[in-house]
Design a protein around this ligand. Structure first.
Ligand code: FMN
Length: 398
């Protein structure tokens, strides 16, 4: 079983999504883990610890000073036995305490005592999440090697819409499995991923862009890193949080993205081009903000460099994967691109299909190869799509 002989400490804090943590605890037990729950006092105001005790089949640690008959303080005893500390849900408060080494209750003390990987699944109102201090704390913990399951976007319990909802239990379990996974099949491989939208400037304040969120490329980069690859993520504009363990190169224009990708390509084993670079740029850049004088304005546009085409022409032994985001004749257009850009796989998606395309957390894609094989996938999360693409690549390189 996945977690047999693994001791997982489950930290539970006072977030409204706390009920999902019960399901997570129960799934971990079903997968064979020995689960020990540590709750904050505020968490106990939202859910009775007895529920965690029954589901985890172990006593819940609430009070640091409740040592019973044992000589060893419970936070050290648990910390020494832990293979993973997973905090679900994680409040802004526990993130802040951990980022600053504060240990004023059982959970925060356990958090600085463990010597195992730590996984944090934050959940909070969007304003709390984007508060500069909270973001700074998250970045500090990331730099310390702590892994995050980024929150989802959608309806929040507080009545708001936006980022901050606790990720699904299935996704948190996938991250948990990744931590124990021995499957580092991409170890030693350099994987180059592009993501997000570029901008082409008309004047200092106006630009041409598109609605790419970068979510697909970020998911691919994250999954490739989880499989042991050395990942370079060339990222255009996005509003999402960068994945763990990847090297990010932030770019603005299509030319910048092109130059970065071309310079990295020689040392690349696998290039996955999921960005949405803008195809045309204004021929003339106006160095001052254009005045609204005439009723119409004509822009003369010229092509930007086609990076996928350049890689297709210059590749030696690299495997290249391109995306074809289409709105009509999806498979025909994708097939034509596969040949013209000399790539090994092309991932076709219909931007107009419900659940597919730029902003969503899901995608519906077809994978086409040079042998004319076309695999049509159902509606999947972008993370699942990323894994299917990587599985397919693995079959091609072994
Ligand atoms: C009903 C309710 C729901 C809350 N939900 C959240 C939440 O989802 N995320 C969060 O960071 N704080 C939330 N809070 C605020 C935290 O409970 C508060 O910051 C508390 O100090 C956290 O303590 P802890 O981290 O020790 O559990 C909520 C508070 C209440 C009363």
């Amino acid at each position: 079983m996945e977690f047999k002989e693994k001791t997982i400490l489950l930290g539970v804090t006072g977030g409204i999504a706390i009920h999902k943590s019960l399901d997570y605890a129960s799934q971990l037990v079903k997968l064979g883990a020995s689960v020990h729950v540590v709750m904050s006092q505020n968490a106990t105001r939202l859910i009775n610890p007895l529920q965690f005790q029954v589901l985890s089949r172990n006593p819940v640690l609430l009070d640091l000073f409740d040592t019973g008959d044992h000589w060893k303080p419970p936070h050290i005893d648990l910390a020494d036995r832990a293979d993973l500390l997973s905090i679900v849900p994680a409040t802004a408060n526990i993130i802040g305490k951990m980022a600053n080494g504060i240990a004023d209750d059982a959970l925060s003390t356990v958090a600085i005592s463990v010597h195992c990987p730590i996984l944090i699944a934050p959940a909070m109102n969007g304003h709390m999440l984007h508060n500069p201090s909270v973001q700074k704390n998250i970045n500090t913990l990331r730099k310390n090697g702590i892994r995050f399951v980024n929150p989802d976007s959608g309806d929040l319990a507080c009545g708001y819409q936006g980022e901050g909802r606790l990720s699904s239990v299935d996704v948190i379990l996938d991250y948990t499995k990744d931590i124990f996974s021995q499957n580092k099949e991409l170890q030693g491989k350099n994987v180059l991923v592009t993501a997000g939208a570029t901008r082409e400037y008309i004047d200092p304040v106006r630009f041409i862009t598109n609605g790419s969120s970068g979510k697909m490329g970020y998911a691919i980069a994250e999954e490739a890193a989880a499989r042991g690859a050395n990942v370079y993520l060339v990222s255009g504009h996005t509003t999402i949080t960068p994945p763990n363990n990847v090297k990010i190169i932030n770019v603005d224009t299509t030319q910048e993205m092109h130059d970065s990708v071309v310079s990295l390509f020689t040392n690349t084993d696998i290039a996955i081009m999921s960005a949405a670079p803008v195809d045309y740029r204004p021929k003339e850049y106006t160095p001052h903000k254009l005045k609204k004088t005439n009723d119409t304005l004509t822009l003369d546009l010229q092509k930007t460099p086609d990076t996928a085409y350049t890689l297709g022409k210059t590749k030696t032994n690299q495997l290249t994967v391109c995306f074809a985001a289409e709105t009509e004749n999806v498979l025909e257009n994708a097939k034509e691109k596969l040949i013209r850009k000399n790539c090994d796989l092309i991932i076709a998606n219909d931007l107009l299909a419900e659940g597919a395309g730029f902003e969503t957390d899901t995608n519906i894609v077809s994978i086409l190869d040079r042998a004319d094989k076309c695999e049509q996938l159902p509606l999947l999360s972008k993370r699942e799509v990323a894994n299917v693409i990587l599985d397919r690549i693995m079959k091609m390189i072994i």
